[in-house]
Ligand binder design. Structure first.
Ligand SMILES: [Zn+2]
Length: 405
């Protein structure tokens, strides 16, 4: 069993330990020491990182009361049985801020709304808290934050001690009854929250700095809150402030006017989109009539429109074709599109009985492509854009022959 120095001295960053065992974890060398500052992943708190004899620690795990330090590589033999460990303090202190923050937040949720904390996870970026509560309103979330941050501003002392026996535990009014009895470690935020926990925490609420609930959502019977504390909360404030500052500078408005300005801009955008759509439709109608009027052949009452589009995209051309064949009962359309590789589109009015499907299969060869469709509407895509004119000419000749007959 390794002595957990972080229980008594969570602020200890460096220590001397005696090697009790050398093991391998997934092929990596690992050490078990007689005592350690390194916190193993447990109770929702991630493991510490750092060095033993200058060698990086990649993981710290707990197994049968033992704390196993997994190393990046083996330590040098000459250091003997005694090693020096140094923890990554920035990471640990961050965990202490988040963890005590969680106790305070859980305490506030219980005191204000009777909502029990079901589970807690300290993630790389955000922390989550699952609570047993039907729903959480904006107002309730704000009050929870207010109450939590008041505890921080009061700088309530945090005590940490062990108690044993059911009678002693009952005296403490714990937020949640621990699953196992025996010697229980208690974290007490003065006159506010008592809970059983094996993690590492700040010595006073003030060190948590700030608690911010960023989001929450319903998860089955529970509500999952996302929150951040301490340096994480400052970092979050920093980038959000930068974003707001930049946007308001660009719009030359005060940041407090951002909300209504965005609403107004969205409304304007909606109007502009509507107008643009109307203009596009009008333009398309005009284009359709123009194309029909300028059609190349008018023998036997059949109009043939052939054209290669350089800039329009395929979808726009397709819409144009639909309009043409809907508007005119005796039109054949032979279009090519160069903006998206090589595409051709053949269509004819519903009243006409041509096989556009068969024709496009033949013409598709000129663009090294293939395609198909219905007798009235067929399309093909290929690789060879310079073959589009040949494909259209091929189809045009076919119709010239056809009409002559
Ligand atoms: Zn804790």
């Amino acid at each position: 069993m390794s002595k957990r120095l972080f229980y008594e001295e969570p602020y200890l960053q460096e220590f001397k330990g005696k090697i009790l065992e050398k093991v391998k974890i997934d092929g990596k060398p690992a050490l078990i020491l007689d005592n350690t500052c390194f916190y193993p992943t447990s109770g929702g708190q991630p493991n510490d990182l750092g060095y033993i004899q200058g060698v990086s620690i990649v993981d710290v795990i707990e197994s049968n009361e033992k704390i196993i330090h997994v190393l990046k590589e083996g330590i040098k033999e000459e250091c003997g049985d005694t090693v020096i460990g140094k923890i990554d303090w920035e990471r640990r202190f961050d965990h202490m801020q988040q963890h005590l923050g969680q106790h305070i937040l859980s305490g506030a949720l219980m005191k204000l709304w009777g909502a029990e904390t079901v589970s807690f996870h300290l993630g790389e970026e955000v922390c989550t808290l699952d609570i047993a509560k039907e729903k959480l309103t904006e107002e309730e979330a704000k009050k929870t934050e207010e109450c939590s941050n008041k505890i921080i501003f009061d700088n309530r002392p945090v005590k940490c001690y062990f108690v044993e026996g059911e009678k002693e535990l009952k005296k403490l009014n714990l937020r949640k009854v621990p699953e196992k009895m025996g010697k229980i470690r208690i974290i007490e935020v003065e006159d506010f929250d008592f809970s059983a926990c094996g993690g590492t925490h700040c010595r006073a609420a003030g060190e948590v700095g700030l608690i911010k609930i960023t989001k929450w959502e319903k998860r089955g019977e529970k509500i999952r809150l996302k929150f951040i504390c301490g340096r994480r909360a400052w970092k979050d404030y920093f980038w959000k402030n930068e974003v707001i500052k930049n946007i308001s500078n660009k719009l030359t408005i005060k940041d407090s006017e951002l909300g209504e300005t965005i609403d107004r801009m969205l409304e304007e955008r909606k109007e502009i989109r509507k107008e643009l759509k109307e203009f596009k439709e009008k333009l398309q109608d005009y284009e359709v009539r123009n194309l029909i009027n300028e059609s190349s052949l008018k023998d036997d009452g059949i109009k043939i429109i052939n054209k290669v589009f350089e800039e329009k995209n395929f979808q726009e051309v397709k819409e144009l074709v639909q309009k043409i064949i809907n508007l005119d009962e005796s039109v054949v359309v032979l279009f090519g599109v160069k903006s998206e590789g090589a595409k051709i589109l053949f269509a004819c009015s519903r009243a006409l009985r041509y096989d556009m499907n068969g024709l496009i299969r033949e013409a598709g060869k000129f663009i090294e492509g293939r395609g198909g469709g219905t007798p009235n509407f067929a399309q093909a895509g290929g690789k060879k854009a310079e073959g589009i004119e040949d494909a259209l000419n091929f189809a045009l000749e076919y119709f010239q022959e056809f009409i002559k007959k």
